[in-house]
Design a protein around this ligand. Structure first.
Ligand code: FE
Length: 204
């Protein structure tokens, strides 16, 4: 029997990592707060940076954007992020009428090559189960209240096919350089649980 309180859904690797972490912590060899800080850095900053660059390029280069939407793996590889090998990638474009959000309902399939480590909530049972049934409600909890005129599409990732969302380019960003634009592209905006940041609040 599997409930979300036990750990039977964890892979062998995850179980080993957890055991190692407990052991190292017990022996006083690592500080769990430091570990959390490292993981947080990879989840939020280092990891998603490749994805942010892909999105910024698509915002400034219509030809690249076209190739990205047609064959995401090839377009991403052309920027030098070749670790997509073996996994098909698809890019989902958000528009004024369509909002895309991604999930892996079975486990935690995630576009590692461009987004790094998945956040804990992405792997959680509540997100995986609820975002399919009530995407608008879940997005509201992330602070994204979408009007009824916007169609919400939920995409279920698999081991073979992973998605990244191409968020809309924020308004007021005409004068920004490609790297300044990349700073506006948050991890969550590429999962689809928020929009890209505006330059005013400059949150990256
Ligand atoms: Fe999965």
């Amino acid at each position: 029997m599997t409930t979300h309180d036990d750990h039977s859904h964890l892979s062998d690797v995850e179980l080993r990592v957890r055991s190692l972490e407990s052991l190292l912590t017990e022996k006083g060899l690592v500080d769990p707060a430091t570990l959390d800080a490292i993981v947080d850095r990879y989840e939020n900053k280092v990891g998603p940076r490749n994805g942010s660059r892909v999105v910024a390029r698509a915002w400034v280069d219509p030809d690249f954007k076209k190739r990205l939407l047609e064959d995401a793996s090839a377009a991403i590889d052309s920027l030098g992020y070749t670790s997509t090998q073996g996994v098909d990638m698809r890019v989902l474009e958000n528009t004024a009428r369509i909002h895309n959000v991604t999930v892996c309902t079975l486990c935690s399939c995630y576009p590692w090559a461009v987004l790094g480590l998945p956040p804990a909530w992405y792997k959680s049972f509540p997100y995986r189960s609820r975002v399919v049934k009530d995407p608008r409600g879940v997005l509201r909890e992330f602070g994204l209240d979408l009007g009824s005129d916007i169609e919400v599409r939920v995409w279920d990732s698999t081991a073979e096919l992973r998605y990244i969302v191409l968020p809309e380019r924020p308004e007021g960003t005409q004068g920004l350089s490609e790297s300044e634009l990349a700073d506006l592209v948050t991890r969550n905006s590429m999962i689809g649980t928020e929009k890209a940041a505006s330059p005013q609040n400059g949150d990256s």
